[in-house]
Write a protein of this length. Structure first.
Length: 43
């Protein structure tokens, strides 16, 4: 259970791989409203 363990997040970080314990975070934030979209929303 450490850097050499392929199933732990620490081991994934050490190896530079991804999986269930270390997923890729893809666009989990709030969608940003652009200035054009904000103007359309006001009308």
């Amino acid at each position: 259970m450490g850097k050499g363990d392929k199933k732990t997040a620490r081991g994934k970080i050490w190896r530079g791989s991804y999986g269930t314990s270390r997923p890729h975070h893809l666009g989990t934030g709030k969608p940003k409203i652009t200035l054009a979209a904000a103007k359309k929303k006001k009308k």
